[in-house]
Design a protein around this ligand. Structure first.
Ligand SMILES: CC(C)(COP(=O)(O)OP(=O)(O)OC[C@H]1O[C@@H](n2cnc3c(N)ncnc32)[C@H](O)[C@@H]1OP(=O)(O)O)[C@@H](O)C(=O)NCCC(=O)NCCSC(=O)/C=C/CCCCCCCCCCCCC(=O)O
Length: 719
């Protein structure tokens, strides 16, 4: 709703009230319509100020309403009526003015923002466009290039940036509502003709066609198949080429297409899923709202390889004091230089001072004696990690949380060797750790709820999307990657090429296909893991038996490439070839194609034609099937956890919502049917055996994704 009061004698003050972000629900919209009418009809009111309750202007349309039969007054006529008012209406912006919130402010005649406010049109991130006039008013106000940038990226700007762009008229460090009230009286009675943005001509650069084409090309490249950014460009182009009323018609048309698209549903699901993972719970019953985190002021990082350096940067950027420990002198010196460089570049980008003095470096593990939390990032070796952890428990003050940045080792096994296993959790960062948004917080049966709460809170402070997951091989993300990679290898054996597989996945929306990605991260990484698992047999015989390991089908293709020193981009050769080691542009490699032909012949494999549909079904459904197993095992608390991990850590396209959401969109029955089909064709591949949770969900009528947790809980209580 909206509150009305009269202040300073002559000002009608309308306060939006819908905690926590004053979203424009039907009740709020109705409130605004009624209160504006009241203020305009009151002869004693000379001006109007619109603000939000609790120092927060407005977070935009109520996203929860989008999935419902929307009722209440629509936004567009409401904003038009404000703009047409014959008394000055001033928006007093504190906190955030986002989406419909900013569009409301653009309908006002003046905008005054507090210096800490943030403004933006983030609809594109929800699969939509700013359809309450935002695509038509913003370019008229700030010009086409700036509007295109803000609307197609959805980025937020600070109040100062908004002032520079011309979005707001004034920025204040004082109470923005008080300033707006005073200001509104100072302009009362003046002509408002020049203040109605919809009447402005849209300023056009001379080469506008080239500008739109250039932007459209860039946007399409970045969008990986998402339609909203493209529609945003089309809507702004309408502002530049059509009269306001026609531009508005175009904006509404484009919005109608987006609004009813599966992509918008997927992106809005992601918005809520990202928030839902913060409400974590463990199988023991411990949960986010009953577990109190310990304060962390000082942290340490042990091991300054690539991951340790990124984690050190991320911690320092959070404002913590960091002790960075590396026993090798040369490595320590190199790390110091690299970390300083990363911090300086980051600070320059954000226009702030670098935080180099927050870090102290040492070769001696005793330097961590006073820290509240340690993140170990030494080489992936259980014996080495155990030794480091034992040293840490002897050196650290009591209660220090001990976190391991392992991506694959058993966190509980590590904890079991400690005198204080309840203090041990995994913090699985993704490379580069100061850039990637995802953090898996891995708990074992011995981890205390407080340890999990502390790691989750630290992740949040570091700007990560943190997901609490149980301990198992590969945790959630890498565990699901195994069947995906395996299917990709099998497809090569059966007749596909890396180009075909990658094209299918990239057209689906991944920024990189599996082979390109594998070349980037290094083929030797998986090789080392397979060797540790005793899967690699260098002197492999030919024939079918050579492709069986531990009773199941196995493809040694990756091992064979590694034996040739083809580790991917770093060696200039992998699944593709590169101009030189370290180059990034992947080119098709005739050697690889001949190698595959020769390999198939040696093993008696008759290549067949494989289409993109089969690539997608086999790679993605095998991955999804493992996701269902993870849910069944209680490693992830719900499908949102898995989806958030895949969207933020593995490049799963947001406009497809994450693997579990996608399974629901495809239809669980269809996923099951295709898995059964492929399992019949490949009975020696256990990953294609449909998971019993999937079967049960299908048997119970394929409930919508928000009801899966009930089915999982029911099953777990039966066990
Ligand atoms: C920056 C934030 C605002 C605050 O961040 P923070 O403080 O960290 O808090 P959060 O944890 O993020 O959020 C707290 C809780 O609030 C919930 N929340 C936040 N924003 C909204 C919102 N806008 N609506 C509903 N709920 C919201 C959030 O979920 C948290 O609750 P919980 O933990 O999940 O329980 C940050 O929250 C943020 O960034 N918010 C989103 C801002 C945003 O994206 N705004 C844009 C919204 S879309 C919009 O405004 C669109 C406007 C255009 C007009 C739309 C007209 C629609 C109708 C047209 C239909 C035509 C189709 C016709 C079809 C046909 O023909 O049939």
């Amino acid at each position: 709703m909206a509150l009305y009061s009269r202040v300073s004698g002559f000002v009608g003050l309308i306060t939006l009230q819908n905690p926590p972000v004053n979203a424009l629900s039907a009740a709020v919209r109705q409130g605004i319509v009624d209160m504006v009418e009241r203020a305009l009809g009151d002869p004693n009111v000379k001006s109007v100020v619109i603000c939000g309750q609790n120092g927060n202007f407005c977070g935009g349309a109520d996203i929860k309403e989008f999935g419902t039969n929307m009722s209440g007054p629509p936004l567009v006529p409401m904003i038009d009526a404000i703009e047409a008012a014959n008394k000055p209406v001033v928006a007093a912006i504190e906190g955030s003015a986002l989406g419909g919130g900013l569009e409301l402010a653009l309908g006002c005649h003046y905008r005054i923002a507090h210096s800490k406010a943030r403004l933006g049109l983030p609809e594109v991130t929800l699969g939509l466009l700013p359809a309450a006039g935002g695509t038509q008013r913003l370019p008229r106000l700030v010009g086409v290039p700036a509007a295109l940038n803000l609307i197609t990226t959805g980025r937020h700007v600070t109040a100062t940036q908004a002032l520079q762009l011309g979005i707001v008229d004034q920025v204040t460090d004082h109470n923005a509502v008080d300033v707006a009230v005073k200001f509104s009286l100072s302009v009362a009675g003046q002509s408002l003709d020049a203040r109605r943005i919809s009447t402005y001509p849209c300023p056009l650069p001379s080469d506008s066609d080239a500008l739109f084409e250039g932007v459209m090309q860039k946007v399409r490249q970045r969008a990986h198949g998402a339609i909203a950014p493209v529609a945003c460009v089309q809507a702004v182009r309408a502002a530049a080429t059509l009269p306001y009323s026609k531009g508005m018609e175009r904006e509404q048309e484009l919005m109608a297409t987006l609004f009813t698209s599966g992509q918008a549903r997927a992106q809005q699901y992601c918005f809520f899923a990202q928030r839902a993972v913060g409400r974590w719970r463990m199988p023991s019953g411990a949960r986010w709202d009953t577990s109190k985190p310990r304060p962390v002021h000082k942290a340490a990082v042990i091991g300054l390889g690539t991951m340790g350096r990124g984690i050190t940067v991320a911690l320092a950027q959070t404002g913590l004091s960091v002790v960075a420990v590396e026993t090798q002198e040369k490595q320590l010196m190199e790390a110091k230089q690299a970390v300083s460089g990363m911090l300086e570049r980051g600070a320059k980008r954000h226009g702030v001072a670098p935080t180099l003095d927050r870090i102290s470096y040492s070769q001696n593990i005793h330097a961590v004696a006073e820290v509240d939390l340690v993140i170990e990032a030494v080489f992936e070796d259980m014996a080495l990690k155990t030794e480091v952890f034992q040293q840490l428990s002897a050196v650290c003050k009591p209660g220090t949380l001990l976190c391991t940045n392992t991506s694959a080792l058993d966190v509980d096994k590590l904890a079991s060797k400690m005198p204080n296993p309840e203090l041990v959790v995994g913090m699985h960062f993704f490379a580069p750790a100061h850039v990637m948004k995802l953090l898996e917080v891995v708990y074992g049966p011995r981890s205390s709820p407080q340890a999990v709460a502390t790691a989750m809170q630290l992740g949040k402070k570091m700007g990560k999307v943190s997901v609490a997951v149980g301990n198992c091989r590969g945790f959630v993300g890498n565990r699901m990657l195994m069947p995906y990679l395996q299917q990709a290898f099998f497809l090569l054996e059966e007749g596909a090429t890396p180009e075909l597989v990658d094209r299918a996945l990239e057209e689906f929306g991944f920024p990189m296909g599996v082979f390109r990605m594998s070349d980037l991260s290094g083929l030797d990484v998986g090789w080392r893991v397979r060797k540790r698992d005793e899967l690699v047999e260098p002197d492999m015989a030919s024939g079918q038996s050579a492709r069986i390991r531990q009773g199941s089908r196995y493809s040694p293709l990756g091992d064979l490439l590694c034996e040739q020193g083809r580790f991917g981009q770093k060696t200039g050769r992998g699944w593709y070839q590169y101009d030189k080691p370290g180059s990034r542009v992947a080119r098709s490699d005739p050697w690889l194609h001949s190698f595959l032909v020769e390999y198939r012949a040696r093993h008696g494999l008759v290549p067949r034609s494989i289409d993109q549909q089969e690539v997608l079904e086999r790679c993605l459904y095998a991955l999804i099937n493992e996701g269902f197993r993870i849910l069944e095992d209680g490693i992830a608390a719900g499908p949102e956890d898995i989806d958030v991990i895949y969207v933020f850590g593995y490049g799963w396209p947001k406009h497809r919502g994450g693997p579990m959401f996608y399974a629901g969109m495809v239809g669980l029955a269809k996923v099951l049917e295709r898995l059964e089909h492929y399992q019949q064709a490949h009975p020696d591949v256990p990953y294609l055996q449909p998971c019993s949770l999937l079967r049960r969900l299908v048997a119970s009528g394929s409930p919508p994704i928000h009801r899966w947790r009930e089915a999982i809980k029911k099953r777990q209580s039966q066990l």
